[in-house]
Design a protein around this ligand. Structure first.
Ligand SMILES: [Zn+2]
Length: 241
């Protein structure tokens, strides 16, 4: 759903799963698929507290979920919101699950900050603006940037409750140098891109935010993102800002 991505990162004999797939069959298949490729996650990490990024424990019920401190705050301010959103979307798409979502053991991480993975380090960079929380994960040793819900080739910048144009702009400015230093950028939704494509999307997103700030009702949307659904997202963005 929504071309949702999960990313497995490995260094030494440790592995980490960032974000999660959505459908029960994907979640059920994930541990076997990853193990077959030599990835056995020791920990889970979510880029932000939107429900579609929090489902890792449905695939790996024994693992703790790492979240940035701003996401921890959001979970405390909106108790049960992620579970309700998942239930509502499951109902809409006729999805049945063997068990409801339990977030279990959750660990708050400082952002900006870093977490160790084997002999390497994952950098956690603030990425708010889409929502009030959010982090981007930079795995510098292997050139991978997990951008969270930014730099998507299928979704225009979405200003959700708690987000803002200002914070979104600041996040894009922070992501710029990280993209420059990355080989592969994986957005929360859409396809992974190489550096050049990610930089192009970043420029398009700045242009979109300019149009949004001007209050344009029918801005030109980037190629590949000019769809009925993205026009709906734009209408919601306009109403919110
Ligand atoms: Zn998302």
């Amino acid at each position: 759903m929504w071309q949702t991505n999960a990313v497995a990162l490995r260094a030494g004999d440790e592995a980490m799963l960032v974000d999660s797939p959505y459908f029960p069959d994907e979640l059920e298949a994930l541990p076997g698929v990853l193990a077959g490729a030599g990835f056995e996650p020791d920990a889970l990490l979510a880029t932000h507290a939107d429900f579609d990024h929090l489902l890792g424990r449905l695939a790996f019920p024994g693992l703790a979920l790492g979240l940035g401190e701003p996401s921890m705050q959001r979970l405390h301010q909106e108790p049960g919101a992620a579970q309700r959103a998942l239930r509502d979307h499951d109902a809409e798409f006729y999805v049945e699950r063997p068990a409801p979502l339990a977030l279990g053991q959750v660990q708050g991480l400082p952002v900006p900050g870093s977490v160790e993975l084997g002999p390497e380090e994952l950098e956690l960079h603030p990425a708010d603006g889409h929502t009030a929380d959010g982090l981007a994960v930079m795995a510098r040793w292997c050139g991978v940037l997990c951008a969270g819900d930014y730099l998507s080739n299928v979704e225009i910048p979405m200003i959700s409750p708690g987000g803002s144009i200002e914070d979104y702009r600041a996040t894009l400015a922070r992501l710029g140098p990280l993209v420059e230093a990355a080989e592969t950028v994986v957005p929360g939704h859409g396809s992974p891109h190489e550096r050049g494509a990610a930089l192009r999307i970043l420029d398009e997103d700045v242009d979109y935010l300019d149009a949004l700030e001007r209050g344009e009702e029918k801005p030109a949307l980037p190629e590949g993102r000019d769809t009925v659904e993205q026009r709906d997202i734009h209408a919601r963005d306009l109403a919110r800002v």
